[in-house]
Design a protein around this ligand. Structure first.
Ligand code: ATP
Length: 439
């Protein structure tokens, strides 16, 4: 068997010694170095499979990038070597940056022996661990972008870092927020969602911060806001790009001071939440246009996760089709049909502006209409084309859209989240359309 060699680079001698003691039974050789300059030489001489690299060297110019520099050097000089980053708690963002540059994992200092050992063992290729967590509803897929994103999520979920999830409509931002909560240390606590696009502006503050009786006409009793009800858990602010400008300062203050004051009261109450925000809007652009406060943007964006569009992960489409066929076969009590190669090819080459949500609907509709054991390309196309809908129903496109929305609202007893889901549009788009048609 190949000899297992670990290289540890850290400018703190105590840490070098501690890691050596911890790992000496698990690997054949632990090489340590207190200066990164020796890395190229040590890589040549010892050929370590794994390097544990400190990100926070005290010496020289502390731009915080020396670790990233050496990470890239190791990747360049010895691409088959796995790099695990060692980072201070405050620098989780840096570590995530490092994972995007090819590090396999990171460990936050001060570290727990068992955690460090597990992570290093995994880096050596030993399987085991990833915790025995409850089943997830999220399909990650095997496309490259999602595999690296998953590693990042696995690592940051356990921290309390604020996370901003961006991505087009229907890419799974909401689902990912729930997944992060599920993987976090707060998983036994609540996850509270506020859809910033749906809250009426006048009720916004009450919704987030709560109110006391008599604070305004309809305030008949004291009520806690979502910041309070999310105590010990996660607060998920969806469509954060829709928060009106004049309310952004107050949100920032609550986040900075970790306190909220109910509307109509003077008493600050402490809050203990992990914040996740999501948006499909371009926040840096909004900041540039003066529509979103820069300080708030920095505050919510400690870790930024960008979900790829479905067309950028089209290799995952067969897995999604399979998932949704099974899901809806159960719902509608049908057998799971096969999908012809041609159909799958066409599904993979589509643009999918509505991303996974749209694919889910196309699959659901195809399954409902399916009366054989094989779905062909035309079974998927049928309901996707406005022209065929027009021919079938008659009237202008707007008439059809209006009727479709009304029918769906009836079908779901006014549950707009369900309606949006069924129609494959965002809630925001649905609200806009409801307004437009005066429904
Ligand atoms: N990875 C996934 N695995 C399984 N289902 C998924 C996945 N991603 C998205 N979906 C499904 O696609 C639909 C849309 O997902 P979700 O609401 O999370 O997207 P979103 O990005 O938050 O959308 P929006 O921008 O419209 O709020 C949901 O029905 C969800 O179950």
């Amino acid at each position: 068997m190949e000899m297992k060699t670990l290289l540890v680079v850290d400018d703190n001698q105590d840490i070098l010694e501690a890691v050596r003691l911890l790992m000496r039974k698990s690997v054949d050789e632990v090489v340590t170095s207190s200066t990164p300059d020796s890395i190229p030489m040590l890589l040549r001489k010892h050929k370590p499979q794994v390097v544990l690299l400190d990100m926070n060297f005290r010496a020289v110019v502390n731009t915080g990038n020396e670790g990233l520099f050496w990470l890239q050097e190791i990747r360049r000089l010895s691409p088959q070597t796995s790099v695990v980053l060692f980072t201070a708690y405050a620098d989780v963002k840096l570590a995530v940056e490092g994972m995007k540059l090819g590090a396999v994992d990171f460990v936050v200092k001060p570290f727990e022996n068992s955690v460090l050992m597990e992570v290093l063992k995994r880096a050596f290729g030993d399987k085991g661990m990833p915790g025995s967590k409850a089943a997830s509803h999220m399909l990650w897929g095997s496309s490259e972008s999602m595999v690296s994103l998953r590693k990042i999520v696995d690592r940051v979920a356990a921290t309390d870092a604020n996370i901003l999830i961006t991505g087009e409509n229907g890419t799974g931002k909401d689902l990912l927020a729930r997944e992060i909560h599920r993987l976090s240390l707060r998983c036994r606590g609540p996850i509270e969602t506020v859809d910033m696009g749906a809250v009426v502006e006048s009720l916004f503050e009450s919704e987030l911060y709560g109110h006391v009786k008599g604070a305004f006409t309809d305030a008949r009793a004291d009520r806690a806001g979502k910041f309070e009800t999310a105590h010990g858990g996660t607060l998920f602010l969806d469509e954060i790009g829709n928060i009106p400008y004049h309310l952004q300062a107050k949100l920032l203050t609550a986040l900075q001071q970790r306190m909220v004051v109910r509307v109509g009261s003077n008493t600050p109450r402490p809050i203990d939440i992990r914040l996740i925000c999501a948006t499909n809007r371009d926040l840096p652009q909004m900041v540039a246009e003066g529509k979103f406060r820069q300080d708030l943007y920095y505050r919510i964006n400690t870790i930024h996760i960008e979900l790829p569009s479905l067309r950028d992960r089209s290799d995952d489409i067969p897995e999604f089709v399979d998932l949704f066929l099974h899901k809806y076969a159960k719902v509608y009590g049908k057998d799971v049909p096969m999908v012809s190669d041609d159909a799958m090819r066409r599904l993979k080459s589509r643009q999918w502006p509505g991303n996974i949500r749209q694919l889910e609907h196309v699959v659901e509709k195809a399954l409902i209409m399916c009366d054989g054991d094989m779905l062909r390309a035309e079974d998927f196309e049928l309901f996707d084309e406005p022209a065929s809908a027009l021919a079938a129903a008659g009237g202008t496109l707007e008439d059809i859209e209006r009727r479709t929305i009304v029918a769906s609202i009836h079908q779901h007893n006014g549950n707009l989240a369900e309606v949006a889901r069924q129609l494959g549009i965002t809630r925001q788009t649905l609200y806009n359309k409801i307004k437009k048609y005066g429904l």
